[in-house]
Ligand binder design. Structure first.
Ligand code: MG
Length: 510
């Protein structure tokens, strides 16, 4: 065998991955356009075009070229530096996973989920679960098959979780969710019991253009630069990484609560900061890619909730907000506004839930989807089980399936294993923020002064810099000194909500 030039082979791998990333660039832009500017009549052709490009990208990745390059590099891994070796190993994991699902399975799943999405929309509109039931049964069967094809060590659900969070396990999520049940359920009861009268803060019918102007002012203070980002409107807010130096976010205006636009923008901006500050040179390799959905969500929730719903943040921005809307907010104190944006109240709809009860919504979905996968729960019994758990855990009566089991799109997409990443994201956010606070003792004062640079630098160094070369758990352990637990979140919640109960006593300060 001829002498192998390992640097040259590694360069060939980079080129190959760069080529694949160009397809993803086109797909991302087509998606953005579909959600933001495309006339709805274009949907059919656009879906076909996206599917075609996605198939090309997939085929390039599962090709013999990829396998040969990776095998050669792995064989000579001792000649690679640590960084190169990790890139190759993570890509090999991706490759293994991608080739385990035969094309016939991928096609069957794509067909089933596109039918299921339509059936789910109709079922939700007509409030008839039975219209969705047969397709959901088929999806559950396919998910079992997928878990078997991908393989797992302990639990079939592990194989599905891995699509969203490489390295996460059912055992780990179970441990975290036991913590939710043990600590958050009583905490919610406590907070709701203590809350008392809701402050009278007018939140509806704010002029849309001025809310937009205000949030753009806030985002610019938080590093938004029109040379690298833009914000637009879309029905469902999202963040999309189009390519290096081009990360876009969207938001929406809600007439009954103008703060929805503010918090959705802060949330998406948290996702965008992560994408913008990944290693641009390596963006088509794991080193330059986001770690996992859980870590991505930790970044959006850190900026939206931990920073964006905090008192120091609003000590800086509330006077500005009052300046924009003096007729509405001049008579409203900072503390009343702070209480209004942090109200805890058990409710039916996950996406509108507060920071605490949110995790009870996730706990229910996680336990139900594991039970479905394991055959311990039949799809036909799902609505009944859903309603019973909402009553037991949140104390609310579900009036119909539209407000209950049909509210989320995820299962119709076949996204089993996705829901837990939302809660893990919040808990990672709390734990990372606690570590950042220890490293930057005057962090609160900085936020109170509208300064976010030191926090961003800490996140760059401790989270963004690792790309996808470490798992979520490894990033967490290195950055905070311990594996993920719910403890930091509970400490954060107790401190925050104690302060909120005591708000009246603090009035003198403001
Ligand atoms: Mg998000």
């Amino acid at each position: 065998m001829a002498q192998i030039d390992i640097e040259k082979t590694y360069e060939q791998l980079r080129e190959h991955m760069r080529r694949i990333s160009h397809y993803q660039h086109a797909i991302a832009l087509m998606h953005w356009d579909m959600e933001v500017t495309m006339p709805s009549g274009g949907i059919q052709t656009r879906s076909e075009a996206v599917a075609e490009l996605a198939a090309h990208a997939h085929n390039l990745f599962v090709s013999d070229t990829t396998r040969q390059l990776l095998e050669t590099l792995l064989e000579h891994r001792d000649k690679l530096n640590e960084h190169q070796r990790r890139n190759v190993e993570v890509l090999w994991d991706d490759y293994q996973r991608a080739v385990r699902l035969p094309e016939s399975f991928v096609r069957e799943e794509a067909q089933t989920t596109s039918l299921a999405f339509k059936a789910w929309q109709e079922a939700k509109e007509k409030n008839e679960f039975v219209r969705f039931q047969p397709l959901l049964e088929k999806i559950v069967d396919l998910k079992r098959k997928e878990a078997d094809l991908i393989g797992y060590e302990e639990h079939p659900y592990d194989a599905l979780l891995q699509s969203y969070d490489r390295g996460a396990t059912t055992a780990m999520v179970n441990r975290i969710m036991r913590g939710v049940r043990r600590t958050l359920v009583p905490l919610v009861e406590n907070v709701v019991g203590e809350w008392g009268e809701a402050p009278d803060v007018p939140l509806e019918d704010y002029p849309e253009e001025k809310v937009w102007e205000f949030i753009m002012f806030v985002l610019k203070k938080m590093g938004f630069d029109p040379a690298f980002s833009r914000q637009d409107y879309s029905p469902h807010p999202f963040t999309i990484d189009i390519g290096r130096g081009d990360v876009r976010i969207t938001t929406r205006y809600e007439r009954d609560n103008f703060t929805a636009m503010i918090f959705s923008s802060l949330h998406e901006w948290g996702h965008a900061l992560y994408e913008l500050h990944l290693n641009g040179e390596e963006r088509f390799l794991p080193a330059g890619q986001a770690c996992s959905l859980s870590i991505h969500e930790s970044q959006s929730r850190l900026w939206e909730n931990v920073v964006g719903r905090s008192l120091p943040f609003w000590e800086y921005f509330y006077p500005v907000l009052q300046g924009y809307f003096h007729d509405r907010l001049m008579g409203v104190s900072l503390l009343d506004f702070y209480r209004a944006i942090n109200r805890v109240k058990p409710s039916l709809i996950r996406v509108n839930a507060d920071e605490l009860t949110y995790h009870l919504h996730i706990l229910i979905r996680f336990e139900l989807e594991v039970a479905l996968l394991m055959g311990e729960l039949k799809v036909r019994d799902l609505p009944h089980e859903w309603n019973a758990r909402y009553k037991a855990l949140l104390g609310v009566d579900v009036p119909d399936d539209r407000m209950g089991v049909l509210q989320d799109v995820h299962w119709s997409h076949g996204s089993f294993g996705y829901f837990p990443t939302y809660s893990l994201g919040s808990f990672y956010a709390a734990q990372l923020y606690e570590a950042a606070t220890n490293a930057i003792p005057d962090l609160e004062d900085q936020i109170r002064a509208g300064e976010f640079g030191a926090l961003l630098e800490w996140l760059k160094k401790n989270v963004y810099a690792h790309g996808r070369l470490l798992t979520s758990e490894e990033i967490c352990e290195r950055a905070t000194g311990s594996p993920l637990s719910i403890k930091s979140f509970v400490r954060y919640a107790k401190r925050k909500y104690t302060q909120l109960y005591m708000a009246k006593e603090l009035v003198g300060r403001y």
